[in-house]
Design a protein around this ligand. Structure first.
Ligand code: ADP
Length: 412
């Protein structure tokens, strides 16, 4: 079964093709074709990897997002990047949909009703949901009546108990859809499954805390394979400190800034989403690598102090968030680090885990600095395991499509 996955970001579009057989492999397989568009300085930059090599190309801004996606998809069956002989070789297309609102727990075949429901909750994530709906239209135009599946980033967290999902504001908020949804669900769920596999245990016997630390950061508390709490909420702004996002701040700061400094909603949005987090505190960068480099550069003491502070706030917020997740779970068997920072920063992992030594969490000093993917990096006798798991959202989406198509075929 050839499964094509589309994953739209606010400034990028990724897509990949998996050739899947009758059984699922234990470890994620490589894509047979992989394409990415990044919009940088009003240019669409294409990078396409196929069995014939890696191809890069820049296109000017005269192309719309939709036109650029069409170019990307056509390169799957034509030109030097061709991986299949015609569009009809694609058996199913999976889309990552950021917001599924309160109704989509499970992946769903895309129908007119599903599209209307995605459109209906797009007020919660306008940029993302509309880009994803556009992707569905383009696929229908280029590939015809191929089955399409929507996989929701919020779906995994809909199992959270009401106590975790409800904000302590007026109850009408909840009735209006203002509740905690949580995000990064596709990767949190994948990490839970992969952790069980790597630990050789059943998912139903495990209490896990998964730390998705990329440009956006979130934690999930997972019991019996289900999310029981997470740090992101109504929007992906709540919770941990992130690259450019503040995470949780006292809401009183916002009313103060509105009243005393006359900031508009749009200005607040910009400050909290784009000018805060590692970038805001350090004044240097949103990239953890640059924060770490600056925090060790004694030639620039002022910058060094701000970089160290940014790192310390990041770690402090992570520790208190992980502590809260462990309390909600009533214990923890394993802590999982995933995404850009989680997978690649031994400094962050070491600093975070240090305070959990009292629970029996101890990193292997030989393994942690190597950042080995899909590996247990704790010492053999540690009571709590610590794992690094490479984020594999696209593979998770492909597996969900495979499952859904096979179940539908068996039923028919
Ligand atoms: P996204 O959330 O956009 O998918 P990623 O998961 O790719 O992002 O994470 C990107 C972030 O990962 C970068 O901003 C950078 O801070 C961080 N990162 C990547 N490599 C390293 C590294 N070697 N050390 C520390 N941080 C890293």
């Amino acid at each position: 079964m050839n499964v094509l996955v589309l994953n739209s970001g606010s400034s990028s579009q990724k897509s990949c093709l998996y050739a899947m057989g009758d059984t699922l492999p234990d470890a994620p397989p490589a894509c047979v074709w992989e394409g990415k568009i990044e919009w940088i300085d009003h240019k669409a930059q294409f990078t396409i990897k196929s069995s014939r090599g890696v191809f890069r190309q820049d296109l000017t801004s005269s192309r719309s997002r939709g036109e650029a996606i069409e170019v990307l998809l056509r390169s799957l069956w034509s030109g030097e990047t061709q991986a299949i002989s015609s569009p009809s070789d694609v058996d199913v297309v999976g889309h990552r949909v950021v917001h599924g609102g309160p109704q989509f727990l499970e992946p769903a075949f895309v129908t007119a009703g599903v599209k209307a429901a995605i459109e209906g909750v797009s007020v919660f994530a306008p940029l993302h949901n509309r880009a994803e709906l556009e992707g569905m239209e383009i696929v229908a135009k280029l590939l015809g009546p191929v089955p399409q599946v929507a996989v929701f980033d919020t779906g995994f967290h809909l199992t959270m108990p009401l106590a975790a999902a409800t904000y302590p504001g007026p109850y009408e908020w909840f009735e209006q859809g203002i509740r905690r949804y949580g995000f990064h669900g596709i990767n949190h769920q994948y990490c839970a499954q992969r952790a069980a596999q790597l630990l050789g245990k059943s998912l139903s016997s495990l209490k896990l805390v998964t730390c998705h630390l990329g440009n956006g950061c979130s934690l999930a508390a997972i019991r019996d394979g289900r999310s029981v709490d997470t740090t992101m909420g109504f929007t992906p702004l709540e919770g941990l400190m992130m690259g450019t996002r503040s995470g949780s701040v006292d809401p009183g700061i916002l009313t103060y800034l509105m009243r005393q400094r006359h900031l508009s909603g749009q200005q607040l949005d910009e400050v909290l989403n784009q000018k805060s987090g590692l970038l805001g505190v350090s004044g240097i960068s949103s990239d953890m690598r640059e924060i770490l480099a600056a925090s060790q550069n004694g030639n620039k003491p002022a910058k060094m102090a701000r970089a160290k502070l940014a790192f310390d706030v990041y770690v402090h917020r992570l520790q208190s968030g992980i502590g809260a997740m462990i309390a909600v779970l009533g214990g923890v068997d394993a802590l999982v680090f995933t995404a850009g920072v989680g997978e690649n920063s031994p400094e962050v992992r070491a600093a975070v885990c240090e305070n959990f030594a009292f629970l029996g969490m101890r990193l292997d000093p030989g393994k942690n600095p190597q950042s080995p993917g899909d590996t247990d990096i704790s010492v053999p006798d540690a009571a709590v395991r610590v794992l690094i798991i490479r984020a594999q959202e696209d593979w998770m989406i492909a597996q969900q499509c495979w499952n859904l198509v096979r179940t539908a075929t068996l039923r028919s």
